[in-house]
Design a protein around this ligand. Structure first.
Ligand SMILES: NC(=O)c1ccc[n+]([C@@H]2O[C@H](COP(=O)([O-])OP(=O)(O)OC[C@H]3O[C@@H](n4cnc5c(N)ncnc54)[C@H](OP(=O)(O)O)[C@@H]3O)[C@@H](O)[C@H]2O)c1
Length: 275
């Protein structure tokens, strides 16, 4: 059960991210949920915070919690979008929801591509003989992220006075092979390159791949329970039992600082431990 952070824990920062359309995919739990809290107090009045995931109940609860904490005083418009980003309809629904905001009145578009899955980490690369299974994994973790990003950037095209920022929640796995994690490592590596290309093509868009470090979330639970590679499973288990996992709040705070400072090189891969 996740605790609600106190307002001092979330909002120690006097700066803000402007009047923004802020879209967070995978906001229903884990890192995305924490980012939604942390970002909600940094958005200027009449900003729109769009929370995207498949689980409506958790999204609605998050919306209520944010409104209770900040929404009324901030005039923050929190919207839930129930969408499966593995599917074309889910991507289209998310982009359509972005189009339905008063985009011309926003001075910042902030898209956080956080939704992801670990995939089946109990098996090794040689067992993935079924291309349908592999494609299904890539549909959410690669294609979905690209299509949502492209659709949203088209919905809010370049214009004077509009800052556009796109974050890819990445991982050490984008750079380093982890045995029995072939899907996850492949997806994260592909996403990093995808966003590097975007940065090269769209110089006005601020693109960041942020590796948040090992977070105490459901994904991490799956990692220590199911990883096929014994050494990896032991290493995640001992990180957990020795209290070495990061809290989502701690890692989220570093990402927020990067966004507020806004002096990273567009397209860069930045890791929690290197900041
Ligand atoms: N946890 C770690 O140690 C760690 C380390 C490095 C990087 N990361 C990255 O950090 C990000 C967040 O991870 P997390 O640990 O918070 O994971 P998590 O607890 O498993 O949460 C994943 C989020 O993605 C959403 N999601 C999953 N499948 C979806 C789909 N088909 N369509 C739409 N949304 C979907 C989930 O919501 P629904 O189920 O409601 O759809 C949930 O909100 C991911 O990109 C992950 O790769 C995590």
């Amino acid at each position: 059960m996740q605790q609600h952070p106190t307002s001092n824990e979330i909002c120690p920062e006097p700066r803000d991210l402007g009047r923004a359309l802020c879209i967070i995919t995978g906001a229903s739990k884990g890192f995305g949920r924490t980012l939604a809290f942390q970002l909600s107090c940094l958005l200027k009045p009449r900003s729109v915070l769009m929370l995207v995931a498949r689980t409506t109940e958790q999204l609605n609860r998050l919306k209520e919690d944010i409104i209770t904490l900040y929404g009324r005083q901030n005039q923050l418009d929190v919207r839930c979008v129930q969408a499966d980003l593995e599917k074309k309809e889910g991507v289209e629904k998310t982009v359509q929801a972005a189009k339905e905001t008063s985009v011309s009145e926003m001075d910042h578009l902030l898209l956080i591509n956080n939704a992801a899955s670990l995939g089946d980490v109990s098996r090794f690369a040689l067992t993935f003989t079924d291309p349908v299974e592999v494609n299904r994994y890539l549909a959410l973790n690669v294609s979905g992220a690209l299509s949502v990003t492209a659709g949203v950037l088209q919905a809010l095209p370049r214009r004077l006075g509009l800052r556009r920022s796109v974050v890819n929640i990445s991982s050490l796995c984008a750079l380093k092979p982890f045995p029995s994690w072939v899907l996850y490592c492949t997806g994260k590596a592909a996403r990093d390159m995808m966003f590097r290309v975007l940065a090269a093509e769209e110089p006005d868009v601020r693109v960041l791949s942020y590796a948040p470090g090992p977070l105490d979330t459901d994904m991490q639970l799956q990692a220590r329970r199911s990883s096929g590679d014994l050494q990896l499973r032991r290493s995640f288990s001992s990180m957990f039992s020795e209290g070495q996992l990061l809290s989502c709040e701690e890692s989220g705070a570093k990402l927020i600082k990067l966004l507020l400072d806004n002096d990273f090189q567009s397209g860069a891969h930045l890791d929690f431990y290197e900041l």
